[in-house]
Design a protein around this ligand. Structure first.
Ligand SMILES: C[S@@+](CC[C@H](N)C(=O)[O-])C[C@H]1O[C@@H](n2cnc3c(N)ncnc32)[C@H](O)[C@@H]1O
Length: 480
């Protein structure tokens, strides 16, 4: 057997945070460099090698404490990008075998059709007991959407009533789960044929028919599994199983959520809950009745040309969302088409469009860079010895909130809200802390399941008594 590599990247494929980080490394940090220390004299004073007991006590008080969710959350292992990387992580995981599990409810018999066929590495499989998956209890009482034809994009998910920002639109289980990368034989399709046949065999034939009716953007060959493979590649949403240290990356196919089309300014996002094996679809913006519900298939902040390239390669379409095709003003269009002399002097629709795209690319670059710089800035600012002005951190995150809003992202700024709340706490500003923390909690981004409930409870406790929050008084002006 040659150890090969089947990788299914995409939204639909890769960890959102990992995507963001990859992008960061290739971009200039100049745009927000002004917020970072310019020289050593700006840096916090270093602790002596052998601290006195007084210094030790000061160190205890100033030692960085975890800021909790959404800033300090465990990261999943990095996505593998090449055959060599996959071979290495696969070996580290102990070269686990593949297992096919039919996921059933506890009251189903082992011969009943499964609601999901789960192709899993044995390292995950052995850690999750096959005792049956409880019925999903928390699905919204009436789903606020229908799957309908959408102009130029096949079928899509369309809102049947107004949906508020942060609202859970749907909670759904996948019908098929598979690792995003697999060891393969020389011929990929031959090696997958038996596996896919067994996997489809554990499902109800109606579920298999529904899977086979999903969209396929890949070429279909004569091979019996070519179409199914294309459907899986087109429709998987990223799911992770942190039970595996090295191979946590999986993709799930969903009968409804996989119908969501892409926008570079999406109005919805998804959160995976590995404990209940379910995906939550959540509104990022208020959505009007009749409006299409969209997801981003990409890490959010690439430039337009990078986005277009990736969408064409992976999903075979050209994006025409407002970020990719910004509207030009009718006034300029009229001038351009009716008066050729004025045209040469005024802004043409094309130059206006180019300028709008360049402005959007530049905002996105600053936003993505701010994500990596935020941690360094916090560490530099949130200490009594910092020489940074007390307003610096607040200005930084308020500026990012403004840029995000200009890009059409008005609500989903949980990291910025959290940093702003912690900055107020560091300055001993109780009201400021409560204001930003409440904004974070109103936004309801804590995610599904027990993890989400724990995150919410932590912030609720901090809001009740901001002096218990981790950053309280770190700038030395609070009660600490
Ligand atoms: C995951 S499916 C989405 C549902 C699909 N439209 C359907 O009919 O089932 C991804 C495919 O939908 C289409 N698609 C998604 N977003 C699109 C967009 N913004 N514009 C045009 N086509 C899009 C592309 O064909 C893409 O390969």
């Amino acid at each position: 057997m040659r150890r090969g590599f089947l990788n299914r990247p995409g939204p639909f494929g890769s960890s959102k945070k990992a995507d963001d980080e990859d992008l960061c490394s290739s971009m200039s940090k100049a745009a927000i460099g002004e917020y970072l220390p310019k020289s050593n004299s700006d840096a916090p004073t270093r602790e002596p090698t052998v601290p006195s007991s007084q210094q030790k006590s000061k160190e205890r008080n100033t030692k960085p404490r975890s800021l909790g969710w959404p800033i300090d959350t465990p990261r999943t292992a990095a996505q593998v990008e090449s055959v060599d990387e996959f071979v290495a992580v696969y070996a580290k995981a102990g070269s686990p075998g593949l297992a096919i599990r039919g996921c059933r409810h506890p009251d189903a018999s082992p011969t009943d059709p499964a609601f999901c066929a789960w192709l899993s590495f044995s390292d995950v499989y052995s850690k999750i007991p096959n005792i049956g998956w409880k019925k999903l209890l928390s699905t919204p009482s009436s789903v606020p959407y229908r799957i309908l034809p959408v102009n130029g994009a096949g079928l899509g998910m369309v809102a049947t009533r107004a949906i508020y920002a942060g609202e859970t639109i749907n909670i759904e289980r996948p019908v098929f789960i598979s690792p995003v990368a697999l060891p393969t034989y020389d011929n990929l399709e031959d090696s997958l044929q038996d596996i896919y046949k067994i996997a489809m065999g554990v499902l109800d034939p109606r579920t298999v028919a529904a899977i086979m009716s999903l969209s396929n953007c890949k070429p279909v060959t004569k091979h019996p599994i070519s179409k199914l493979r294309g459907i899986i590649d087109t429709n998987t949403l990223y799911c992770s199983f942190p039970q595996s240290e090295y191979l946590p990356h999986y993709g799930g196919v969903f009968l409804d959520m996989s119908r969501c089309n892409h926008s570079c300014i999406p109005n919805a996002t998804w959160d995976w809950d590995h404990c209940s094996l379910s995906m939550q679809l959540r509104a990022l913006q208020p959505i009007r009745e009749g409006e299409e519900i969209t997801l981003s298939y990409l890490g959010h902040w690439q430039s337009r040309s990078e986005r277009q390239r990736e969408l064409k390669t992976k999903y075979d379409f050209t994006c025409t969302c407002p970020a990719c095709e910004p509207a030009v003003s009718t006034e300029t269009q009229t001038i351009a088409s009716s008066d050729s002399t004025t045209k040469s002097k005024s802004t043409t629709p094309l130059s206006e469009k180019r300028a709008a795209i360049a402005a959007s690319d530049s905002r996105r670059k600053i936003i993505i860079n701010s994500k990596i710089l935020a941690d360094a800035l916090w560490k530099n600012w949130a200490t009594p010895t910092s020489t940074q002005p007390s307003t610096k951190l607040i200005e930084f995150h308020e500026r990012i909130l403004q840029l995000r809003a200009e890009e059409g992202y008005h609500h989903d700024s949980e990291d910025n809200y959290a940093y702003l709340a912690h900055a107020c706490a560091a300055l001993g500003d109780e009201q400021g802390f409560k204001r930003w923390a409440k904004k974070l909690m109103e936004w309801r981004a804590w995610g599904p399941g027990q993890t989400g409930a724990d995150r919410r409870m932590t912030w609720k406790r901090w809001v009740e008594d901001p002096t218990t929050s981790p950053a309280w008084g770190l700038r030395g002006t609070g009660t600490n």
